[in-house]
Design a binder for this molecule. Structure first.
Ligand code: SF4
Length: 309
């Protein structure tokens, strides 16, 4: 418990950001990725400057802590266009903010650097698609995204394996993902489209009606095209916020329109264990759900309380 209390000593920090206006949203998002409950109404001054006089130089200064200066001349190469330069500036700002916060709050370097969202491997595929060599990508993952060597090698390995499955032929089986964007509450670290039932419950019924008709429409289209579904993943949000007869209807439509002899897996994510009960489990079993994915995130009640779960 002491450890938990220590690691949250900065959670209520507030910052006064001094930076070019167009970078403020990037800086706020970068701060929140490390200090989730940060406020921006005064407090510690976080000053970010950028300079393109001889390459890109980004400087982040937070109070009296050691400033972070990132220099990037490579982005001036002709293979990059204006959009790349704008993106690189945002990425450098995010990394400089991360590094200065790590210094200020004595945090261990984030192993994934600024690739903190879901599917960091997506970035690797984008770079491969654009013709960058493995060596280029290796260097960029370290210097631009701040990914540590072990995670960098893992990303490259995962991307290599995934590429083999990317060349779809028209009638190859597909995977279907269905997202239910509602949760009991919103976790403080959440970056998904997920809305708490308490504030957005009035949209629940309308959303389900639209989803039922979309499943029907897509299912018919796949039938007409002769495309089979290999796997269905019901994710979110928290799909098990759908309960009772609504859940039965949803699963019966999935069974009717997507599941066939060729389907290998039907998964339902029960991210929030408190949404599971004997009735829901029975319904999942009745509709031949093969896999339930439960993500408690932590076994510490205190931590769960702090992250809003
Ligand atoms: S349960 Fe998952 S999707 Fe829902 S708010 Fe928490 S992190 Fe976001």
């Amino acid at each position: 418990m002491d450890f938990i209390a220590d690691s949250y000593h900065y959670e209520k920090e507030s910052f006064k950001i001094v930076a070019p206006k167009n970078l403020i949203p990037t800086i706020e998002a970068a701060v929140r990725s490390t200090v989730p409950n940060a406020r921006f109404d005064g407090g510690k001054e976080l000053k970010i400057t950028t300079d393109w006089a001889a390459g890109l130089v980004v400087k982040a200064v937070l109070g009296d802590f050691k400033p972070q200066v990132l220099v990037d001349k490579e982005i001036l190469a002709v293979k990059y266009d204006e959009e790349d330069r704008k993106r690189r500036q945002r990425e450098r700002v995010r990394l400089a903010v991360l590094r200065v916060l790590e210094e200020a709050f004595d945090l261990a370097p984030a192993p994934w650097g600024i690739l903190m969202g879901v599917r960091p491997v997506k970035m690797v595929h984008t770079l491969i698609d654009r013709g960058f060599t493995e060596e280029d990508i290796r260097r960029m993952l370290s210097s631009v995204y701040g990914v540590e060597p072990k995670k960098r090698d893992l990303l490259l390995e995962v991307a290599r394996r995934q590429r083999g499955f990317f060349k779809l032929t028209p009638n190859q089986p597909i995977g279907v993902y269905i997202g239910i964007p509602f949760c009991p509450t919103r976790c403080s670290y959440c970056s998904f489209a997920a809305y708490p039932l308490k504030t957005h419950g009035h949209l629940f019924e309308g959303f389900l009606c639209a989803l039922y008709s979309e499943i029907t429409g897509v299912g018919r289209l796949l039938g007409d095209l002769g495309v089979k579904v290999e796997s269905v993943y019901l994710g979110g949000g928290t799909p098990t916020t759908v309960q009772g007869r609504r859940l039965e209807k949803l699963l019966s439509l999935i069974q009717r329109y997507f599941i066939s002899a060729e389907t290998k897996e039907l998964t339902v994510e029960a991210g929030r264990p408190e949404t599971l009960n004997p009735e829901t489990l029975q319904i999942l079993r009745d509709y031949q759900v093969d896999r339930i994915c439960i993500n408690p995130q932590s076994m510490h009640d205190e931590t769960l309380k702090k992250i809003g779960r």
